[in-house]
Structures are given as structure tokens and as C-alpha cells.
Write a protein that binds this ligand. Sequence first.
Ligand code: FEO
Length: 386
Amino acid sequence: MKDIFVTDSVKYIGTYDRSIDLFEGQYPVPNGISYNSYVIIDEKTAVMDTADKRCSDEWLANLESVLSGRKPDYMVVNHVEPDHAGSFGLFIEKYPDTAVVGNAKTFTMLENFFEKLPEFKRVVVKEGDTLSLGNHTLKFITAPMVHWPEVMVTYEESEGILFSADGFGRFGAPDSDEDWDCEARRYYFNIVGKYGMQVQSLLRKASALDIKIICPLHGPVLKEELSHYTGKYALWSSYAPEDKGVFIAYASIHGNTAKAAEKLAELIRARGEKAVVTDLARCDMSEAVEDAFRYDRIVFCASSYDGGVFLPMENFLVKLSSKTFRSRTAGIVENGSWGPTAARTIKEYLGNMKDITVAEPTVTIRSALKETDIPALEALADALCS
Ligand code: FEO
């Protein structure tokens, strides 16, 4: 059992997964990920979500230990994605008398994931419905697309606890030495980032609640300075940049485009501004997506390739498009030895994004960075730093 204290009557039964290589099949998690789950002990008991089936045995043992011989009266399914509902089938087989609480979409999605579930009692809730456990009362608040359509969050009224589903989660097991802002930001923009409007809608609902503790489905339980976390979510979901700085993402075949990126960074720093450089062929792409949203300016610096743009850059642009990247000033540096095509392709992607201002000039390098290219890079640095 993990050593996380929530309150005297709310017990943590989550698990830490440090053996997973890629969370959701694509995100490196060097410090693992937690599948948080909680039990409320009252006249009636309520389990808040399950855990990924990778950790079913440990989770079921934690549950049994906390129940101390009692039965779970309710299972609240806030989110059906397998990292949280993955152990639902085993749970309901073991505790078939439990009433399962969810909204109409919850049950349809559970049936899609589990082919042969035993019969179980369903409590279908909608926005604002409440459920009394005795001294504790659960209030259900729908949060569609934060991060799936069936998502809801649950507010416990007597202790002011928000069970926030994926919201306010972060990568890394709760006991790992991770900066919350950094790994929550990477989590947010890569996983929930497309749904800023829906997150803002949930924040508006949450602002009417007296929240003292946030219990997310990933990462640490949040008990202090909650305005810091809600403030970050308000900012991130607005798509406004968090920091001043120029994020230079490059995709270089032989290292010459990389040199142009580094030279541009040097020129930007010489103007007193921050420049952060990333090699898209080698970095964790989710970090690059995070930094694209974090800074107020971005430069796409890439080699031409097969009549388009070098593929690590195209992959980056596809991911940014998918996460509805917007509202930034962008610079472009292309390299091409015979017919440069990178800038054209980059501009096609940017043209389909909202509120992107392309800084002039677009810089074209022929094969390798030369002294004659410096004035154009200086002009782009001036435009980005003006
Ligand atoms: Fe943590 Fe959307 O699952």
C-alpha cells in the first residue's frame, strides 16, 4: 500500500507503474505513472475508479486491505479509459453486489471494453446528481472531453474533495522527484491539450465549489496552494503562452540545419531574449509539444526532403495540428540543396492553425550555413525579438 494520506475517511489505494515503457503507447515516463484510486469509508463505502490491469493484483489487494472485511457498496467510474477502468472486469467479478455509478456513456463504453461482464446494478447519474454515503455526499459533475466523452468528476461535499479524473494529473509516480508544473504541463498539452474549451468549462463549474483537496487519477494528491494548480489549468486551457522565449525546433539531416538553428539561438540570446533549441529527431516529442505551447514564439527549422519537409519536422507539425496549436508568432528556416521545399510545407501546416503570425523573413539556407546567410538570420532574430 502506498503511503499517501488523503483524510481519515478517504483512503488511497492506487498503484505506481514503474515498468511501463510508454504511457498510452507513446509517452516516455522515466519516473513511471500512477493509477490513482480511492475508497471512501462511511456508512456506505465507495470506490473511486479502478486501476490499469497491469496492476490489478496490487490494486485489488489494496482495496481488500482498506475495506477490512466490508464490501464495496459503490464503484464510481469517473473515466473508462483502460488506465483507470482496466481492472473493472476483475472487480465486478469479485464484488458482483456493488452498485456501479456512472453516466449513460459510462456503461456503453464499459461494455465496449469488456465482452462478458456479469450482471451488476447500475446507478446512472447526470449533471448535479448527488449520492449520500452517510456523512459524505458525492456530487457528480460531467466533464466531457477532459479527456474522453464519458468523463465526469466527483465532488465530495463534507470534506471538499474533488476527484478530478485526468484533470490535474501528471506523469511520474507521486513519490518521484518530479516538478509538478513540468510533468503536469507535458501531460496536459499532450493528452488533454486539444480540449481547452472543455477544460475551461470544467474550471467554471469547479470555481463554484469549495475545494480543499484535489484527488486526480495520476500523480500526487494536491492539498496546498490549490490556486497554483487551477491557475496553471486556466492558463494552459486558454492557449496563452506561459513564458517569454523563442523555442527553436529543428530537423536536420547532416547537421547543417542544426548549425543554423544554433546560430539563430545565439543571435536571439544576443538580443537579451531566451532561446531554447531542440533536435526533433532525438528529443522526446512530447517534450517538444510541451515547449511549443509553453513559449510565446517558435521557429521551425528544417531540411527539405522528398519534395516536402524532413520527416521529424512533419511529425512535429502533425502533432501540433492534432493538439490545436495556435496563437503564436512563428519563424521559419529551411535548408535545401537543389529545390528547397521545407518552408512551403511548414507554411501549409501553419496555414491550417488558428492565429499564427509568420515572422519575416523566411530564411533559406543552401546546403550549409555560410557567412552570407547571417544577415537573413539577423533579420529573423530582429523580427522575433521586436
Ligand atoms: Fe488517465 Fe484519460 O486516462
